[in-house]
Design a protein around this ligand. Structure first.
Ligand code: GLY
Length: 334
């Protein structure tokens, strides 16, 4: 796409509402600056939309319905992911999540609001709703990241309950794992790990969240990409948002979610941007064959995209009262 040109795209949302995007290119801004692309604005706002990683339809539908009732994107996504954080059968977030190799369930989460604010918690024990806790860090402290015991104590000061996160089922699975202690995260199983959710509300504002227990049977103290701004999640309310899932170490090394949003700022649509961010990982060598990474993204016009390294990744979408399961395209077709 020629950045210098005044470009007008026409996009269709899922329900056929026509929206136009106008990218002003350098004519609208300083020569050599990408600020002009930040002015990309939909001529008509998309209807509220929520997307999320993996098969998280209950969480995503909860968020979608809240958006339709006029709630903000931030409120909708925090309530949406809370559904799965409270689901004991989901072994990748909240209560019932897979512990580290010493049997401790430690959770990571972060949130970004439409005004570009950010809050995160790392390696927190005994608190189920860490996405809501990350929001408290963002809104109630002068800081952006709180970790471990300090984050847990802060949670109690904010009225969060102490809860045992290791359930009989997750303890049984951990004890089984201990018999071999073979650490080889299985694609789409032990590194099917993160709920990321992005939403646009009825004002056209974008917010994003991710919440995770990280890799199953990780080393004590290990933290992945999910709570780290720009890696696990990035939101730019002028352009769009992206969230990652999968092997956090690889997402961190490519600052993946920020990359996706910057690619959109420079003219790619969400699908193209997710594909390019995955290709950056692929280009580093053959190791990608052993792990999964996937991105989902949304732009200001409500266009969405998703792409993974391997088969098996899905994205949930909820818009205009309609929930959809989108099976993601992927790189490794061999
Ligand atoms: N993507 C989550 C993690 O690696 O912890």
């Amino acid at each position: 796409m020629n950045r210098r040109k005044f470009i007008q795209n026409t996009v269709l949302t899922g329900t056929g509402i026509v929206a136009g995007t106008v990218a002003l290119g350098c004519e609208g801004g300083k020569e050599g600056s990408n600020d002009a692309f930040a002015k990309t604005q939909p001529l008509i706002k998309p209807s509220p939309i929520s997307i999320s990683t993996w098969n998280t339809s209950s969480a995503n539908n909860a968020s979608g319905k809240l958006l339709e009732q006029g709630n903000s994107a931030l409120d909708a996504i925090i309530s949406g992911v809370a559904v799965e954080e409270a689901n004991e059968e989901n072994t990748t977030v909240g209560i019932g999540a897979t512990p580290d190799r010493e049997g401790n369930v430690t959770l990571d989460a972060c949130v970004m609001s439409p005004d570009g604010d950010y809050g995160a918690v790392l390696a927190v024990e005994n608190i189920v709703h860490v996405a809501a806790l990350a929001r408290k860090v963002m809104e109630e402290t002068p800081h952006v990241i709180m970790a471990s015991k300090g984050a847990e104590e802060f949670a109690y000061s904010q009225g969060f309950k102490k809860e045992k996160l290791l359930t009989p089922a997750s303890e049984k699975a951990w004890k089984e794992w201990l018999k071999t202690s073979d650490y080889k995260p299985e694609i789409n199983i032990e590194n099917h790990d993160t709920i990321g959710m992005l939403a646009i509300d009825d004002k056209g504002d974008i917010a994003g969240v991710c919440t995770t227990s990280g890799l199953g049977y990780k080393m004590k103290g290990r933290v992945g990409d999910s709570p780290i701004i720009g890696s696990g999640l990035f939101v730019d309310n002028e352009v769009g948002a992206a969230v990652a899932t999968g092997m956090g170490e690889e997402v961190l090394k490519t600052v993946g979610s920020f990359l996706v949003v910057e690619l959109m700022r420079n003219g790619m649509n969400p699908q193209e941007a997710c594909e390019e961010a995955i290709h950056r990982i692929i280009k580093k060598g053959d190791r990608y064959k052993n792990f999964q990474v996937a991105y989902i993204a949304i732009n200001k016009a409500g266009e969405t995209g998703s792409y993974a390294i391997h088969d098996g990744f899905t994205m949930m979408k909820h818009q205009d009262g309609k929930p959809e399961v989108i099976v993601s395209d992927y790189y490794n077709k061999i």
